[in-house]
Design a protein around this ligand. Structure first.
Ligand SMILES: [Zn+2]
Length: 181
């Protein structure tokens, strides 16, 4: 999988993953204010008239001009992100499963007024989900292994990229909440 470039706003908050092409465009347009990270991605360009091939060096983390949004929108609640938050573990039996065998469990069931929000959903294997049925964990006598939490911006960017480079990981991990291991 191709590595991506982490884009920050000018306040230093990560906002998105860029493809190499998008990052190169920002560099060429001189929209990059500063960059971080020692890992450099190289992009080969065209040949000049001396027969030399140009090389564009991309930083793994860069900051651009643009609006600074103080309040970040809540990351979308999608099963892919949810399962990754819980490391593909069933939060009831603790076993690891392939994505296809996992489901979204509402800790307080929807039928009982529970909401479809990050803090009320956990990864569950189908067996545990069926066993729990329309009950709370207490009623079902099932123990929840971890408290469900809403990922912050740093955690969400980690969850949304399966190929985070070491220095990008170091940058993001510095602001992980205590919930995220
Ligand atoms: Zn289970």
């Amino acid at each position: 999988m191709t590595a991506k470039v982490l884009r920050l706003n000018k306040a230093g908050t990560p906002i998105a993953w860029l493809t190499r092409q998008q990052a190169a465009t920002l560099l060429v347009k001189e929209m990059v204010i500063w960059s971080l990270g020692d890992r450099v991605l190289e992009m080969r360009g065209g040949y000049n008239r001396h027969g030399e091939r140009s090389v564009l060096r991309l930083p793994s983390i860069l900051a651009c001009e643009g609006k600074v949004h103080a309040d970040h929108c809540q990351p979308p609640l999608e099963n892919g992100f949810l399962f990754r938050r819980d490391q593909n573990l069933c939060m009831y039996c603790g076993n690891a499963f392939a994505t296809a065998s996992l489901s979204r469990d509402h800790v307080l069931p929807l039928s009982r007024g529970g909401q479809d929000v990050w803090t009320n959903v956990v990864t569950s294997c189908r067996r545990c989900n069926n066993r729990k049925a329309d009950r709370t964990p207490e009623e079902a006598g099932m123990h929840l292994l971890a408290v469900p939490f809403a990922p912050n911006q740093y955690e969400f960017l980690y969850l949304s990229n399966h190929n985070v480079l070491a220095d990008q990981m170091e940058f993001l991990k510095a602001r992980f909440s205590r919930f995220m291991s």
